[in-house]
Design a protein around this ligand. Structure first.
Ligand SMILES: [Ca+2]
Ligand SMILES: [Ca+2]
Length: 218
């Protein structure tokens, strides 16, 4: 069922006319080619380095269009939740999702050097150019700053509970989109945030766990 959905969405994305094209420089020799497939009318906040973003992305091999990854078919189909620009995802995604609006859809053509390299990673063969169809759902500004931590930590006990993280995400959606999403959406996101960051597995995030990148401001 989920793979059918992915194929459907793939077709939908391809039927939409690429409204513009531009390239984002990533290295001297390599760059990610960005085709904007859909641009929402209103752009509340563009993504930048260090932002907490939520996105779906499907990966295809450029040479034959075969799909090797679909984020809708893993982890119960919840959109992937990661901090942009710090290596939590492939370099090509880190670069290709920059400056993106919530609701925007892009097609990213990523050279091997910014994807799976000379060795590849099964089922992606060596030296493969890959294509990602990405849809950005939400952008939260500077989640790893002290301001964001304090904003989330409502009872000011220097730790973030599931409830506090959930309320923060909802408040962000309310601010950016005028409404919140379904509760099951937040269930998945909160679980993912804790899975990635709760090092001592006590169910809450300490300042240290939250500040895994060692920013000075924390
Ligand atoms: Ca707290
Ligand atoms: Ca913890």
């Amino acid at each position: 069922m989920t793979s059918v959905l992915c194929i459907y969405l793939f077709l939908v994305l391809h039927l939409q006319v690429a409204s513009r094209y531009f390239a984002v420089a990533a290295d001297v020799n390599d760059e990610v080619k960005v085709d904007v497939l859909f641009m929402p009318e209103n752009c509340s906040q563009k993504s930048g380095k260090g932002d907490l973003v939520n996105a779906h992305y499907d990966g295809y091999l450029a040479k034959d269009g075969s799909k090797f990854y679909c984020s809708r078919s893993v982890k119960d189909g919840h959109p992937q939740w990661f901090v942009l620009g710090i290596g939590q995802v492939l370099k090509g995604l880190d670069v290709g999702l920059m400056g993106m609006c919530p609701g925007e859809k892009r097609k990213l053509t990523v050279p091997p050097s910014l994807a799976f390299g000379a060795k590849g990673k099964a089922p992606v063969p060596p030296n493969a150019t890959v294509i990602f169809e990405v849809e950005l759902y939400s952008v939260s500004r500077g989640p790893r700053t002290l301001e964001a931590f304090k904003e989330m930590d409502q009872d000011q006990d220097d730790s973030l509970t599931e409830v506090e993280i959930r309320q923060y995400l909802k408040s962000q959606d309310l601010k950016n989109e005028g409404k919140t999403k379904e509760e099951t959406f937040y269930d998945g996101v909160v679980k993912d945030v804790l899975r990635r960051n709760d090092a001592d597995r006590d169910g809450t995030l300490s300042v240290k766990e939250y500040n895994v990148y060692g920013h000075d401001e924390l």
